[in-house]
Structures are given as C-alpha cells and as structure tokens.
Design a protein around this ligand. Structure first.
Ligand SMILES: Nc1ncnc2c1ncn2[C@@H]1O[C@H](COP(=O)(O)OP(=O)(O)O)[C@@H](O)[C@H]1O
Ligand SMILES: [Mg+2]
Length: 326
C-alpha cells in the first residue's frame, strides 16, 4: 500500500535554529502516526510544512501523492488541521464558527449544518454552541478548534498537541473520537508530548528531539530498544527514598529515576527475576520498608529518557510543579 503522507529529508532552519533536520517519515492510509517530542522539538514546524503553511529549506513532502509545495492548492483540499493555538472567531458563536468552516470547504448547507451538529455533540459543546466564543473557557476553545478541523471530512487530519490543556474526561472523549475517525478511514498525524497519548492512539511513533528523528517504531518496538524491564520500588517512608536509590543503583543497566511524589524508584534492568530478588534482599537487610516491589515492561517515558538522555517536557514540568508544591 502506498503512503498517504510521505516526508523525505525535510529540513527547516529559522536563523541559526535548526527546527527540522532531514526528517523522513511515511503514514499509510487509515493509520495514525504520533510525533512525540518535548517543546521545541520541531513538531509544529513539521505539521506546518505538511499543511503548506511553511516552506521547507530542503526535502520533499507529499499528501496523497500531491507535493505540498507544487500542488499546495490540492493538498489543502485533502487536509484538516487543528493547530496548537485556537484560531476561532471570538465574536461568533461556536456553531457559527463551524458553519463558517463548512462554507469555506464548499460543503452543502445541509451537509455542514448536520456535520456541525455532530461534532458539537461529540466535543461536548452542544450546551454552549449558541453562545459567543469569547465567553468560552480555554478548554472549550480548544475543543471548538478541534471540531473545526473535522468539518471538512478531510481524508487526512493533522492534530497538533490536540489534548494539551484538556481535562481527562474531554481528553478521553477526544481519543475516542480520533479512533472513530480512523476506523472510518481517516489518516492522522498527531503531535504530542504525552507518551500515554502516543501509546494509546498511534500505530507508529516517531520520537523527535531537537529537529531530528531520534527513534521510530511501534510503542512495543521502542520499548524493546531498552532491551529489558524496569524494576519498580516503592518505599513506605519518603525519608528512605535516597538510601534505597543508592543501594540498588548498581543492579541496574542504566541510571535510576526517582519520583518523589510516589516514593518511587524506577530502575532499568536486564536480568529480571535475579535483580528482583537481589533488590528485595538488599533493601530488607538495610531495614527499608516497602509498599511495592515489582518488574514491569518499560513505559514510553523510560524509552524517551533512554533514547534522548533527557525527560520529556511534560515530565520535566510535572517535576518542577512537584518541587514547588513541597
Ligand atoms: N517562525 C519561527 N521563527 C523562528 N524560530 C522558530 C519559528 N517557529 C519555530 N521556531 C523554532 O524552531 C524550533 C522548533 O519549534 P516548533 O516546531 O514550534 O517545536 P514544537 O512544536 O515541537 O514545540 C524551536 O526552537 C522554535 O523556537
Ligand atoms: Mg508545537
């Protein structure tokens, strides 16, 4: 099967910043690709190149076989885009915004009215859809922006950090909606800072770090790159955490990561059962009480850290917040 989204060696510089460094990828029809990376990784720039909004310095990209530069007009008829920042009209109501988008897509009035009704319902905006957007909360605007990207019934959809800033319930609604679209044949490229989101929605994942592709594969393949498991230790007393880390660090295959909020140490390991037993003994011998001790497959967070040498932005932000609240 040929790829619907094809990106070959795309580079883009802004002054001295290399936003994209020879990025290549492809997405087949009806599949979801997640571009996973922290702030500044180049995710939005790539989406903007594919949406014909930014001209790359080098490389080629096509949508449905149409070149994003030479055939930009055709490409625009094939794509829906939900940008990272709300682009809706404040003075119109939610419904009017969507109907305007339907008009721009040259849809039949009957079709776009019906469609607006559906997506408003789906994005939990039915109650407020006849109020002016200026009265909406941030989360409501975000949902309206997403709703707008769905009006064109486009075969290809770009979602730039679709759930950043959404509450968990709305996020789950959105995930379900994306899955329904994909089941209907839509091809999706989404960007995200959340491992969980990539894992939940994507058929394949590209890890983007400082403009270059740091890794790619399914979430399972990325996890396999760690070549092992993760030992999870939860101490009963916060005061024991640092001591537990130094006791077990040598048993690991990479540096341990601590999560003080959960009294937890995560340690990448190669030899599962032996390490589990050794760690249990060591901690017991030193009188450290445990709430939990176990082995699990690595999460994408573990993988990102192992591949890029640093945590994701989302993770770093959480760590900072935790610092602040202590
Ligand atoms: N219009 C622009 N002018 C100058 N620098 C830009 C512009 N757009 C993006 N950048 C820079 O390019 C890099 C990648 O940005 P971006 O694609 O927005 O990353 P992400 O969406 O992953 O956070 C960043 O260093 C950013 O500051
Ligand atoms: Mg961005």
């Amino acid at each position: 099967m040929s790829a619907v989204i094809e990106v070959k060696e795309i580079s883009k510089r802004f002054g001295t910043t290399t936003a994209l460094d020879r990025v290549s990828l492809s997405v087949e029809a009806g599949k979801v690709l997640a571009l996973l990376g922290p702030n500044g990784a180049g995710k939005t720039t790539l989406v903007r190149v594919l949406a014909t909004l930014v001209r790359p310095d080098d490389g080629h990209a096509s949508i449905g076989g149409f070149d994003v530069q030479k055939d930009a007009t055709t490409v625009r008829t094939l794509i829906g885009l939900a940008g990272q920042f709300a682009t809706v009209d404040e003075l119109l109501t939610g419904r009017e915004n969507l109907e305007l988008v339907g008009l721009l897509y040259h849809l039949d009035k009957k079709v776009y009215r019906q469609r607006a009704e559906e997506v408003l319902e789906r994005m939990s905006l039915a109650d407020v859809c006849d109020k002016q957007v200026k009265t909406y909360s941030g989360g409501m605007r975000r949902r309206l922006d997403l709703a707008a990207s769905l009006m064109g019934l486009s075969p290809v959809l770009f979602l730039d950090e679709p759930t950043t800033g959404l509450d968990p319930r709305t996020r789950n609604d959105l995930w379900q909606f994306v899955q329904d679209l994909v089941a209907g044949g839509t091809t999706v490229l989404l960007t995200t800072q959340y491992m969980e989101e990539a894992e939940h929605l994507a058929d394949s994942i590209i890890v983007l770090d400082s403009g270059h592709v740091a890794a790619e594969g399914t979430s399972e393949q990325l996890k396999d790159r760690l070549g092992g498991n993760v030992l999870e230790v939860r101490v009963s007393k916060r005061a024991d955490l640092e001591r537990a880390v130094s006791l077990i660090a040598d048993l690991g295959s990479a540096v341990p990561r601590t999560d003080p909020a959960l009294n937890q140490v995560l340690l990448p390991i190669k030899n599962g059962t032996n390490v589990l037993i050794a760690a249990g003994r060591l901690l017991e011998d030193h009188g450290i009480a445990l709430d939990d001790l176990g082995i699990r497959r690595p999460s994408l967070d573990d993988v990102f850290l192992a591949i890029t040498g640093h945590a994701t932005e989302a993770h770093a932000t959480e760590a900072v917040k935790m610092e602040g609240s202590r």
